[in-house]
Design a protein around this ligand. Structure first.
Ligand code: HSE
Length: 311
């Protein structure tokens, strides 16, 4: 490892989890925003967080998503007692935004430590380590944000969390709108029922199957129109600022489909072209401005690129 770089800078994408139709099992990487992490080898074994920019987060390694994921990689590589890494975290994907903040932190740290020490961890091992980090924030090992943040693209993740299918990526233009009212994933999971009616589960299963079939047929518009959820989104709408007005503005401006991004408060809306995505973003921003709610509009696309070394 002596020729390995002393320092690297890693970027990891924001993600939209669930994509409405696949709670906890579907997620896609976005072109942006991108989380940034600088990793530096140091003499003291273990992980040290030296700076956090853009958010107030714990510096204790075990309580910090990036720190926990980084430590898991050192442990999995068997070098936690001999090698050390310092992390400088730049939070561009804001906590509580619903676009995979913790996943971007976990993925950048897991990918970065493996790269810094020229580790040979398998994708499944990397995902496990990143999930150790994600779990710190959300209290659950769901990989629907973490898998696309690590590997890019549109991912279907299995029940145990570590079986991944890469789905065909639709050529959608997206308006992702983030009202600046944080909703923590843990809180948005606390409102969900432990059990759901069999008919609702069957209906949702069929909807997800039809969505995946549309992707494989290359019918991106049909796939967008199949973005609906009867299991989870109805329970979360009361937490979502202005949801009905936002949805109506999005549909009137030309959205083919969409809904809550991850556990909210961001929503994502699919457009057939960039101009329509911009109109949708502007229409939703107007809803929030009328309600005096600060918001941020991202016009973006799904991206095949996951965590990577900064160019
Ligand atoms: N699938 C997770 C949830 C994503 O909806 O709780 C969290 O961003």
């Amino acid at each position: 490892m002596s020729d390995a770089p002393r320092q690297i800078e890693v970027l990891a994408p924001a993600t939209v989890a669930n994509l409405t139709v696949g709670f906890d099992c579907l997620g896609g990487a976005l072109d942006g925003p991108l989380e940034r992490l600088i990793l530096k080898r140091c003499k003291v074994p273990g992980v040290k967080i030296v700076a956090i920019h853009g958010a107030e987060l714990p510096f204790e390694v075990e309580q910090n998503v990036s720190g926990r994921a980084a430590l898991s990689v050192l442990e999995k590589l068997g070098i936690a007692g001999t090698e050390g890494v310092e992390l400088e975290i730049f939070k561009t994907v804001l906590p509580g935004s619903g676009i995979g903040s913790s996943a971007a932190s976990a993925a950048s740290a897991a990918f970065g430590v493996n790269a810094l020490f020229e580790g040979q961890l398998s994708p499944a091992d990397l995902l496990e380590c990143a999930l150790d980090g994600e779990c710190v924030a959300s209290g659950a090992r769901h990989a629907d944000n973490v898998a696309p943040a690590l590997f890019g693209g549109l991912c279907l993740v299995g029940g145990a969390g570590c079986e991944i299918e890469h789905l065909p990526m639709p050529d959608w233009h997206l308006a992702v709108v983030h009202p600046q009212i944080p909703i923590l994933t843990e809180a948005a999971r606390a409102v969900l029922p432990a059990n759901v009616p069999l008919q609702d589960a069957l209906g949702q299963m069929a909807q997800l199957g039809r969505f995946i079939s549309a992707l494989h047929c290359g019918d991106d518009s049909k796939a967008a129109r199949l973005l609906s959820d009867r299991l989870v989104e109805p329970c979360r709408i009361p937490l979502q600022p202005e949801f009905y007005a936002v949805r109506s503005a999005a549909i009137s401006a030309g959205a083919l489909g969409g809904g809550i991004s991850g556990s909210g408060p961001s929503t994502f809306w699919v457009a057939p072209d960039q101009e329509t995505a911009q109109s949708i973003g502007a229409a939703i921003a107007a809803v929030f401005e009328a309600a005096d709610t600060a918001n941020h509009v991202h016009i973006t696309k799904l991206s095949a690129r996951g965590a990577h070394i900064a160019p």
